[in-house]
Design a protein around this ligand. Structure first.
Ligand code: DX5
Ligand code: ZN
Length: 221
């Protein structure tokens, strides 16, 4: 069942020189999850942060740390992100040959398991894994960078995953990531998404604007 919309600011668009402060600001502004993008310069053409930074940020918020691993291989790093304080660990279906084993590894660390698919990966590639997941993440841009345009053609994938998740009847977050703003957010929600990642749309305008930015994404203003 589609749950109330939750907003997950992607700290990729925050001021990296003041990350702790930025996380406290979006926490107070009403963020539900803190979305942390981890990139390796191999699975995606960009480099961001590792478990050391996640650990350093952990004391700055009690909100759910939603850690999006865009790295391959990913198996050798699961424990480190779990120990660093991730609550949800999301891996890419394209990142390992035996992704079911990766999901089991996340769960054996006592963490919630998420699975993401790139725009070119069809929804049915993960049909058989849905029952083992806490979260499914549909990329609505090519992963790697913030500030890209929303890919409308991914909405169909969100719709089919919504139907499949509802048929299973278990509570699985259906998250979208990339190009979410006040125009695209309602379309993603109408297609069935219930967690919206938003980097540029959350962090634009400086800290004084974060609360309104989040409420706007939630459809409240
Ligand atoms: C892209 C990342 C996203 C990104 C979203 O690979 O996974 O989380 O930060 O940025 P916006 O919301 O600016 O498209
Ligand atoms: Zn992300």
């Amino acid at each position: 069942m589609q749950q109330p919309v939750r907003i997950a600011p992607s700290i990729l668009s925050a001021d990296f020189a003041r990350l702790g402060e930025e996380i406290r600001a979006v926490d107070e502004a009403g963020a539900d999850y803190i979305h942390i993008d981890v990139m390796d310069g191999h699975f995606v053409p960009n480099l961001t942060i590792g478990p050391g930074v996640v650990k350093a940020l952990r004391p700055h918020s009690h909100k759910v740390f939603d850690v999006h691993l865009m790295i391959s291989p990913v198996d050798p790093y699961i424990e480190a992100f779990a120990e660093a304080g991730a609550d949800i660990i999301t891996v890419h279906a394209e990142a390992e040959a035996d992704i079911r084993a990766t999901i089991e590894r996340i769960k054996s660390c006592g963490k919630k398991a998420g699975l993401s698919i790139k725009p070119a990966t069809p929804a049915d590639a993960i049909w058989d894994l849905l029952g083992d997941l806490d979260l499914v993440l549909v990329m609505t841009v090519e992963p790697g960078f913030g500030g890209q345009s929303f890919m409308e053609d991914q909405l169909e994938k969100v719709e089919s995953l919504r139907a499949r998740v509802d048929a299973l009847g278990t509570p699985i977050d259906l998250e979208v990531d990339g190009g979410i703003d006040r125009e695209t957010a309602p379309r993603a929600v109408a297609a069935g998404a219930d967690v919206l990642v938003a980097g540029s749309a959350t962090f634009r305008g400086g800290a004084a604007a974060y609360a309104d930015n989040i409420r706007r994404l939630r459809g409240e203003i």
